[in-house]
Structures are given as C-alpha cells and as structure tokens.
Design a protein around this ligand. Sequence first.
Ligand SMILES: [Fe+2]
Length: 308
Amino acid sequence: MPPTLSTPNVSTSEFCLGGCADPAKSELLASLEHSEFRTKFNRSPFKIRHNLTDHRLFTLDALVALSQELPADRVEYNAGDVPVTQDPNRTPQNGLSIAETIERIENCRSWMVLKNVEKHPEYKELLEACLEEVRPFAELASQGMTHQQGFIFISSPGSMTPFHIDPENNFLLQIQGTKEVWMFDQNDREVISEIQIEEFFAGAHRNMPFDESYRGRGAKFDLIAGEGLHFPVVAPHYVHNGPAVSISFSVTFQTEDSADRQSLHRFNRQLRKLGVNPSDVGQNPNADSRKLSFLRMMRKIKRWTNRG
Ligand SMILES: [Fe+2]
C-alpha cells in the first residue's frame, strides 16, 4: 500500500512560521516557506498564497485579447461537461470561437487553457517575477530552473478537467472562483504505471483512465481565490470547478531533478524496446545514477560528433 497524501491544514496564521519569505519583499507570492519546500517540493502537494487576484492581466477582456495574440495551437478549449476519465480522441467541442468561449464562459459549460502565455511579453514578465520568488525556495530541494512556462485556465461553473498527469513542477494560482483538486501520489504505480509515464514522456496524451478504487488513495484540496497549490511532476490529478467561473494561472518549470527524471523514463522506454526490464525510476538510485551518467556521456559524444 503506497503512502496516502494528507491534506495540509492551511490557515493564514500558519504561514511564515519557521523561515518564511519576508512578505514586505514578496510582492506576488505571499507564503513561501523553507521547511515545506525542503520536505515537500516535487514530492507532495502543498498550499501557498498569492496576491494576483485583482491583477489586470486576468480580466476576461485581457484574456480575450491574449487568446487572439497567441498562436492558434496554443489555445485549447472544449466542452467542460466531461467525465473524470476522458478519451482525448473523443473530447466534445463546444461549437464556439475562442473569443466567444471566454466572453460566454459563465454559461457555455466549457474548459479552456491558454498555453505558453510567456510568448506574450507582459505575461512573460509576470511569470518570471513569480518564478524569481519561487527560485530560492525551489533550490533548497533541487538546483536549476529551466523551461519556465505559464498556462491560464478559464472554466465554466462546474466544469471538469479529466484525470491526467503533467510533466512540470507546477504552482497553480487560483485567481477567481474555486476549484476542487483531487491529487494522487506521483509514486503510486497502482494508479499510474511506469509504462504509462514512459509513454506520456514519449508523446502520449496526458489523460489517464481513472478507476473509482483509486479515490481513497488521493487527497482533495479546495482552492479559493488567493490560494495556490504545488503539483509535483507527474502527480496524477483531476479538477472539478466550483459554482462560479474559475480563472487559474499555472506557473511551471523544470529543475535538474525533474529533467533527470524525464530522461530516465525515456531511457527506460528504449531499454524496454530492446527487451530489457529496467528498474523503475527512483526504485534503484544506483541504477538511476549509472543511467544518467551514460546519458550524459552519450550527449557529450553527440556534441563532439556534431562539431566535427
Ligand atoms: Fe494538470
């Protein structure tokens, strides 16, 4: 039986105990705490607080303008009345344009994500400002902060984001409305198998099948505007929006550890194709270390070969 996650009891009075960021210096994220990053970052979910609820870049007008400036393939939207298990090839569309979907979000029962909002200079600046506040805390757990990306989710009341996994370290900042997030342990291989993760990193869709028997293995987090939640890499989750329009800003990045983890999953997939049965990522640290050394050597050889 894998360890089950417990919902932290978060209250404003508990923030900033034991080495918190100075709120006077922290303009965007208000409750980053050293001990939580040391023990939970990219292992377990934990809540933070932020000051972005009234930010001008998250009004519906600003989001309509952003949706029209982003490349078309960076805007994904569909009907929000979907089950927790959703076949990505059969996701129902809502029949509206992108702008119509945002303008009618209160009643059009839809779910939308604006991807890579860092392609827009103002959102890039905001993303980088948030992540600069996260950086000294994240580096307590793992060095490096690369692949900084931002996503904005706009959802109708009651809409569902089906069960899935994501490849990045994520802080989901609730800007408006409420969300119920069901999160599962990133290492629970009875919920998501090693092979499913390998296929995901090889390009398979993020959606995963959910079985009701999993429910007792996860934890529910209720998010309100002004709160944020840390999602460890590949921690499976699904999200049910509350009774109002929901807007969330997802700030994501990779660290050296999470990049190594991706490399190991991809390498294990190659080994399996060769008929080898590799140890699961994280199960045998010595084997992981040898694989990473081998991959680094191969990259060096490739660079030298390309130079020649
Ligand atoms: Fe997600």
